[in-house]
Design a protein around this ligand. Structure first.
Ligand code: C2E
Ligand code: MG
Ligand code: MG
Ligand code: MG
Length: 289
């Protein structure tokens, strides 16, 4: 390839870019179809209270069953959906579906739905949320919206007004993936969060000798407690990690140690057995991905 020189390489790269653009266009088209054809599904992963090991709720996680490519995880299509202007449509579908599914669950259970930054900046969001709640006949506080720090990047009155509008509706707000972005303490002052979700990158490796993750987790949980917020440790896989995040004051845990994300049917079946959860992970080795 080296002897092809600059020109050859140029052609190689330009074909490559072309193929990439085509694959992207195809993905966009498939995504559009998936939304209308019902190939999207919400899976539910239990969130467990450290106080009594009871399931307090679930996080709704999108799954795409592609007719040819099979199962596609959200990290592979959320970005495309955002670029293609489809994220609002997809997000609204997720909100409505989660509320309808909530109506089939015990009334003390909550469901958290991820809201993309783009969707968060859409002025229709409060109306969509209100309507989804009303149609499903659930209480507003059964619905939790998960928002990442990136909504603060376009820091304007719009962001603040959106928080106010959502709080007025009575839904709960969670700050997702905390610690991975700018993590400014100003965000915690500005926005009325009910919960901070500690990103799994802090949980992974926290049990290694010399890791600073434990100290970081402890300071996030004490700050959250002082502000009257709950904390969920994400991605807890082993008994040692569970012990560590509990010791460092996390009020809730979400991770494979309790349950992987479940289909709606499996979730409803699980709920029939009651809310008590049981940790069932390995002591130290991390579960295979
Ligand atoms: P997230 O909101 O931080 O969701 C948590 C992710 O961690 C999920 O990945 C979940 O399956 C995974 N997870 C949970 N426990 C464990 C564990 O013990 N170990 C490991 N290794 N992973 C664990 P998932 O379902 O692949 O979703 C990835 C991301 O896609 C989500 O991260 C969220 O940012 C986005 N996403 C998912 N559903 C939606 C949606 O409906 N709307 C939007 N805008 N984004 C979504
Ligand atoms: Mg989330
Ligand atoms: Mg997260
Ligand atoms: Mg994430």
């Amino acid at each position: 390839a080296a002897k092809d020189g600059g020109r050859g390489r140029y052609h190689f790269y330009s074909n490559d870019l072309h193929a990439e653009a085509e694959a992207r266009a195809q993905l966009e088209e498939d995504l559009r179809d998936a939304i209308t054809k019902g190939d999207m599904e919400l899976f539910y992963q239990p969130v467990v209270s450290m106080e009594n090991e009871q399931i307090t709720g679930f996080e709704a996680l999108l799954r795409w069953q592609h007719p040819v490519k099979g199962w596609i995880p959200p990290d592979r299509f959320i970005g495309t959906a955002e670029d293609a202007g489809l994220i609002t449509q997809l997000g609204e579908w997720a909100l409505r579906t989660a509320c309808m599914d909530l109506a089939c669950m015990p009334p003390e259970v909550r469901v958290a739905v991820n809201v993309s930054p783009l969707q968060f900046s859409s002025p229709q969001l409060p109306a969509v949320v209100t309507q989804a709640i009303a149609r499903a006949g659930i209480r507003p506080d059964q619905l939790e919206l998960e928002i990442t720090e990136s909504v603060f990047l376009s820091d304007d009155e719009g962001t603040e007004a959106m928080f106010k509008a959502l709080k007025r509706i009575g839904v709960r707000l969670a700050l997702d993936d905390f610690g991975t972005g700018y993590s400014s303490l100003g965000y915690l002052k500005k926005a009325p969060f009910d919960k901070i979700k500690i990103d799994q990158s802090f949980v992974h490796g926290a049990t290694q000798p010399g890791s600073r993750n434990g100290a970081i987790i402890a300071s996030i949980t004490s700050l959250a407690k002082a502000l009257g917020m709950e904390t969920t440790a994400e991605g807890v896989e082993t008994m040692d990690e569970l012990e560590l995040v509990r010791r460092h004051g996390c009020s809730h845990v979400q991770g494979y140690i309790y349950e992987r994300p479940l289909t709606k049917e499996a979730t409803l079946a699980r709920l029939k057995q009651g809310l008590q959860a049981e940790a069932k992970g390995p002591r130290s080795a991390r579960a295979p991905r």
